[in-house]
Ligand binder design. Structure first.
Ligand code: ZN
Ligand code: ZN
Length: 361
């Protein structure tokens, strides 16, 4: 993973971003640029210099992580007032200091504006680091694929449990445990296990409801490897799904997901991929049943750039990792969603999640 190349790539865009320096407040972005994984810190990136400030809890960790990532950044550890003073000192003489527009609070912006030397103007910079993060290098791809592999194997391992009529919670715990046991450092997000009518809620939380044979079960989950996440959904049933209406719903979602994956290649917009899924579901009379966007980028966060939703103008570039996850939801009856995490390549895609889509267990 080339962490050291990231700050220079960011600084090279300052003119285009309309700033002479950027104060990075989003901790995921700080991690991406420096390797530092602490829960508090600020990173000031200047054209030829970078300063990371944090508190005493991270005195040794910050030095070790930045050194391991081989990032030439100065580190200042201290109380909040000392950290602010170090930032203000380093930012002296800047004409336009960029702030991460999607991250910083109004209060922090006002405090900074009052503290900075006269002549330094604050400018709102949207998605500067997020845009860099959207394109993954080989090391990042290997980590996301590692997370996806763990999730695949864990699901294959535990899915026969479904035939023992577990509760949604019991199945979610078994799946999470298996991912951890197989090397995941955590789950990518709270696993979704939604059976029967609960499947009609796209973001249902696992409940104490028992999963019966013939019910569609939506299972949406992922693992974390070295900070990088995977995201996959499978909809399955023990024996043939009943009633037939739900089997047809799931078949339509599978067709739509294939259409979505076929639409992905370098240079298309996220909106075009969404449209492919939406048209496919509309042709099955399910347009109104598709309640969310088609997908999202995945990396250090489970939802990041680029967007693959309706009307998204984000261009899917080679090396971007996105999900394609159409679903259809019938209130009080049930629902289905199928999701893969994939890499955009010059000619199409490479799937990172590989679990079978055969849905009858
Ligand atoms: Zn998901
Ligand atoms: Zn997703």
């Amino acid at each position: 993973m080339d962490v050291a190349g990231r700050i220079p790539r960011l600084a090279a865009r300052f003119t285009e971003l309309g700033c002479d320096g950027l104060l990075v407040t989003n901790l995921t972005n700080v991690r991406y640029l420096t390797g530092f994984t602490g829960s508090a810190g600020l990173l000031l990136v200047l054209p030829d210099d970078a300063l990371l400030v944090s508190d005493g809890r991270y005195r040794d960790q910050a030095v070790a992580e930045v050194a391991a990532a081989e990032v030439p950044v100065r580190i200042e550890i201290g109380q909040p007032a000392g950290q602010s003073a170090a930032i203000e000192q380093a930012a002296k003489g800047l004409c336009r200091l960029g702030l991460e527009a999607d991250d910083i609070s109004w209060g922090d912006q006002l405090r900074l504006a009052a503290a900075l030397a006269p002549g330094t103007n604050l400018v709102a910079v949207p998605r500067a680091v997020e845009t860099l993060r959207a394109i993954k290098d080989e090391g990042e791809l290997a980590r996301i694929e590692g997370a996806a592999d763990i999730a695949d194997v864990a699901f294959a391992q535990v899915k026969e449990l479904l035939s023992e009529a577990p509760t949604e919670e019991e199945f979610a715990i078994a799946l999470d445990f298996e991912m951890r046991r197989r090397g995941a450092e955590g789950v990518a997000f709270e696993s979704i296990v939604a059976s029967g009518p609960n499947g009609a809620l796209p973001h249902a939380r696992p409940s104490t409801r028992r999963i019966d044979p013939g019910e569609l079960v939506v299972v949406d989950f992922g693992a974390i490897v070295d900070g990088y996440r995977s995201d996959m959904t499978r909809t399955v049933s023990v024996g043939a799904p009943r009633p037939d209406e739900l089997r047809e719903l799931l078949e339509a979602v599978l067709v739509a997901q294939r259409a979505g994956i076929r639409a992905v290649r370098a240079g298309v917009t996220g909106g075009a991929v969404d449209a492919a899924c939406r048209e496919s579901l509309a042709s099955a009379g399910l347009e109104e049943a598709f309640l969310h966007g088609t997908g999202h980028g995945v990396g250090l966060e489970v939802h990041e750039a680029p967007s693959v939703s309706q009307d998204s103008t984000d261009i899917l570039e080679e090396g971007a990792v996105v999900t394609v996850e159409p679903g259809a939801y019938l209130y009080s009856t049930g629902g289905a969603r199928i999701e893969d995490t994939l890499v955009v390549t010059a000619t199409g895609v490479r799937l990172l999640t590989k679990s079978t889509k055969d849905y009858v267990l």
